[in-house]
Design a protein around this ligand. Structure first.
Ligand SMILES: O=C(O)[C@H]1O[C@H](OP(=O)(O)OP(=O)(O)OC[C@H]2O[C@@H](n3ccc(=O)[nH]c3=O)[C@H](O)[C@@H]2O)[C@H](O)[C@@H](O)[C@@H]1O
Length: 413
C-alpha cells in the first residue's frame, strides 16, 4: 500500500468509527428522553387514561340526587382515596348526587384504590379517572354535573414523603387546588367548596389543645406548608370571586380502607409479618402522640360542613357579595402516645411487636397533636364518638378480611 492510500484508508476508517460512535451517542440520548418521566412533578408517571364511551352520561346520571328533595350535587375529588371513598358513599347513601374524580396514582398500591372504586360503583357512585390539574376535564365535569358542592379531597398526603418528592406536593396541593378554584369560580352555578386541610398546619405550635385561633405560621414539613398555603389561597378566591370555602383540618384519620403509608397501617402489616417497627420518641424520651380520629367521625364532620356551607355569591367569574370562609379542626380531642397505639395493635392482632424505639428523625413530623373542636361542635354539631381502641378493632377486622381472606368485607364499607 502506498502512503497516500494508507492515509486514505486510515481517514476512511476513522470517519466510519466517528459515524458509528455518533450513532451510539445519539441513540443513547434518544433512549434517555424516551424513558425520562414526562411529568416531573407527579408522584409517579401517569398512565394513559382511557374513559369508557358512555362516561359523560354516567357523570350526568351519578350527579343526580336520588331520594332527598333538594339533595346536593357533589363532586368529590380524591374519591378513590381513603376519606374520599367513605364520604362519597355516605353522601350517596342519604340520597345526594355524587360524582368522583381520582387520578389513581401509585403513591400507594393502586389496587386498593381500584377496590375502593369497585365499592363505590356498587353504591352507584361513578368515579372518573383524571387529574384536578386538567382544566378542560374540570370544565366538562361542571357542565355535565351542575355541582352545587365540591368536596375537595384530592391531595398529595403524607408528611415524611415530602422530603422524597417535594414537587408532587406542589403539583397536587398547590397547582391542583388553584386549578380546582379556577374551575369553581367560572362554573355556573358556582359551587360551595369544602376541602381537606390538615392538623399539620399547627407545625411547631406548642399551645394545646390546638385551636383555629392559634398561630399556623411555623409549618415543620413541606406537606404542612402546602396545606397552609392552600388556606391562604382559599382566602384569595373567597375574597375576589365570592366562593364559599370551608377548610377542614383533619387530625391523623384512621380506619377500614385506610392509607397504607400511615403508621397504624404499616405497623399492622409489619407486625403480622414479624418484622421490626420503628417507634419514634422526642428529645429526652418525650412521648410522641397523635389525636387519632376515626373515619366515621371525620365523615360526619365532612357532611356537617357541607350541610352548613352557604352558597357562593359570584357568577360569571365575578363576585356579587361577601361569601362564607371557614376553617375547622376535625380531631378526636384525646391524644394517644404512639407506644399505646402499638400496645392496642398487639392485643388485637395477638402478636408481640418487635419495637425499635428511636429518636424521631428530622423529617417534618411534629411531636404531638391535640384538637380543640369547639367551633365544629358549635356550628354543625361535630362530636367524635370512637376511641382508638374501638376504631382500631374495626380497622384490624377489615385488614384481616381484606388481605388475609376472600371475605365479604372486601365488597363493603
Ligand atoms: O393529621 C394530619 O395532619 C396528618 O396525619 C397523618 O400524619 P401523621 O400524624 O404523621 O400520621 P402517621 O404518618 O401515621 O404517623 C403517626 C405517628 O406515628 C409516628 N411514626 C411514624 C412512622 C414510624 O415509622 N414510626 C412512628 O413512630 C409518627 O411520628 C406519628 O407520631 C397523615 O399521614 C397526613 O396526611 C395528615 O395530614
Amino acid at each position: 500500500m502506498d502512503k497516500s492510500m494508507s492515509n486514505r484508508f486510515r481517514y476512511h476508517f476513522s470517519a466510519t468509527k466517528m459515524v458509528f460512535w455518533t450513532c451510539i451517542f445519539l441513540g443513547l440520548i434518544f433512549l434517555f428522553f424516551l424513558h425520562a418521566p414526562q411529568h416531573h412533578s407527579d408522584p409517579v408517571p401517569r398512565r394513559r387514561i382511557l374513559r369508557s364511551p358512555d362516561w359523560e352520561s354516567r357523570v350526568a346520571k351519578s350527579s343526580q340526587p336520588r331520594s332527598r328533595a333538594g339533595g346536593m350535587r357533589v363532586l368529590v375529588t380524591g374519591a378513590a382515596g381513603f376519606v374520599g371513598t367513605h364520604v362519597s358513599a355516605a353522601l350517596r347513601r342519604r340520597g345526594d348526587g355524587v360524582v368522583g374524580l381520582d387520578n389513581f396514582n401509585s403513591y400507594y398500591d393502586p389496587s386498593l384504590k381500584q377496590a375502593r372504586r369497585a365499592v363505590l360503583e356498587r353504591a352507584e357512585v361513578f368515579v372518573v379517572e383524571g387529574d384536578v390539574n386538567d382544566a378542560a376535564l374540570l370544565r366538562k365535569l361542571f357542565e355535565l354535573g351542575k355541582f352545587t358542592h365540591v368536596m375537595h379531597l384530592a391531595a398529595q398526603a403524607g408528611v415524611r414523603y415530602a422530603m422524597k418528592n417535594p414537587a408532587s406536593y406542589v403539583h397536587s396541593n398547590i397547582a391542583g387546588l388553584v386549578a380546582l378554584f379556577e374551575a369553581c369560580k367560572s362554573a355556573d352555578p358556582q359551587p360551595a367548596i369544602v376541602w381537606a386541610s390538615s392538623s399539620s398546619v399547627y407545625g411547631l405550635n406548642t399551645k394545646v389543645p390546638f385551636s383555629e385561633k392559634d398561630r399556623t405560621d411555623q409549618p415543620s414539613s413541606l406537606y404542612a406548608a402546602t396545606k397552609k398555603a392552600g388556606e391562604e389561597i382559599a382566602h384569595t378566591y373567597n375574597h375576589i370571586y365570592g366562593l364559599s370555602i370551608t377548610g377542614l383540618r383533619f387530625f391523623t384519620v384512621y380506619g377500614p380502607w385506610g392509607r397504607p403509608d400511615m403508621a397504624y397501617f404499616f405497623f399492622t402489616k409489619d407486625m403480622l409479618k414479624g418484622k421490626p417497627i420503628h417507634v419514634f420518641e422526642g428529645p429526652n424520651h418525650f412521648t410522641v402522640a397523635r389525636d387519632f380520629t376515626y373515619i366515621d367521625d371525620i365523615v360526619k364532620g365532612c357532611l356537617g360542613a357541607l350541610d352548613t356551607a352557604e352558597k357562593s355569591t359570584g357568577s360569571g367569574g365575578v363576585k356579587k357579595g361577601k361569601a362564607q370562609l371557614r376553617v375547622y379542626n376535625l380531631g378526636n380531642t384525646s391524644p394517644v402516645p404512639v407506644g399505646k397505639l402499638v400496645n392496642i395493635l398487639e392485643k388485637l392482632l395477638k402478636v408481640k411487636a418487635k419495637k425499635v424505639v428511636m429518636p424521631m428523625p428530622a423529617n417534618g413530623d411534629v411531636l404531638f397533636t391535640h384538637a380543640n373542636i369547639s367551633q365544629a361542635q358549635r356550628d354543625f354539631g361535630y362530636r367524635p364518638t370512637t376511641d382508638l381502641q374501638s376504631g382500631l378493632k374495626k380497622f384490624v377486622k377489615w385488614y384481616l378480611d381484606y388481605y388475609h381472606s376472600d371475605g365479604a368485607l372486601k365488597s363493603s364499607l
